[in-house]
Write a protein that binds this ligand. Structure first.
Ligand code: ZN
Length: 180
C-alpha cells in the first residue's frame, strides 16, 4: 500500500476530463487500495482519481456518507468504488450545505446540490450497478463525479463566494508550504 500525493487546486490535472476505465485488472485493484489508504490518511469522505493525478473515471466514497440514509444501499465498512459513473437521474429540488474537498484542505463552502441522485457505475470487477444517494451521499457522489469532468466545488458558487474561498485556500496553502 502506498499513500499518494493529493493534488491541490489549481493543479491543471483537476481540470481534466478523465478517460474511461477499460481494463478491470489487478493494477486497477491496486489503485483502489492505494486511493483508499490515501483517503483514510487525509480523513476524507471521497476521493477521485484525478485528485491523485490519475487520468481515469474512478472515485471512491467512504461508507460514512451513507450513514444517515435508510435503507442503506450498502453494507459493511468497505469504501464504495464508482468506475465510469453516469448520472441516471437527479432531483430538481436542491439544498444548500457545507462542503469540503481534499484538494482545498480546510476550506468549506456552501454549495447547492440536488437532494438525491441515482448513479450508474461499474465496480472494480467491471460489474454494473446503480446506486441512489440522498442528501450527504448525493452531495458526495455528485462532488466526486464532478472531479472526473474537470469541475471543482468552487465552480458552483457565486463570484464573491469563490473569491472568498480562494483567498482562504491560498492562505492555507501558504501555511502548509511553510511547514514543509
Ligand atoms: Zn473534491
Amino acid at each position: 500500500m502506498a499513500i499518494m500525493e493529493i493534488l491541490a487546486y489549481p493543479n491543471p490535472f483537476l481540470r481534466k476530463e478523465a478517460k474511461k476505465v477499460e481494463r478491470f485488472d489487478e493494477a486497477l485493484k491496486k489503485i483502489v487500495v492505494n486511493m483508499s489508504e490515501t483517503m483514510k490518511s487525509s480523513d476524507g469522505l471521497g476521493l477521485a482519481a484525478t485528485q491523485v493525478g490519475l487520468d481515469m473515471q474512478l472515485f471512491i466514497l467512504s461508507p460514512e456518507t451513507f450513514e444517515k440514509q435508510e435503507p442503506k444501499p450498502i453494507s459493511g465498512d468497505q469504501n464504495i468504488v464508482f468506475i465510469n459513473p453516469e448520472i441516471v437521474e437527479q432531483s430538481k429540488e436542491e439544498y444548500l450545505s457545507s462542503e469540503g474537498c481534499l484538494s482545498f484542505p480546510e476550506v468549506f463552502i456552501n454549495v447547492s446540490r440536488p437532494k438525491w441522485v441515482v448513479i450508474k457505475a461499474q465496480d472494480e470487477n467491471g460489474q454494473f450497478f446503480e446506486m441512489r444517494g440522498e442528501e450527504l451521499a448525493a452531495r458526495a457522489m455528485l462532488h466526486e463525479r464532478d472531479h472526473l469532468i474537470g469541475k471543482v466545488m468552487i465552480d458552483h458558487v457565486s463570484f464573491y463566494n469563490r473569491q472568498k474561498a480562494l483567498a482562504k485556500h491560498q492562505k492555507v496553502q501558504k501555511a502548509l508550504h511553510q511547514q514543509k
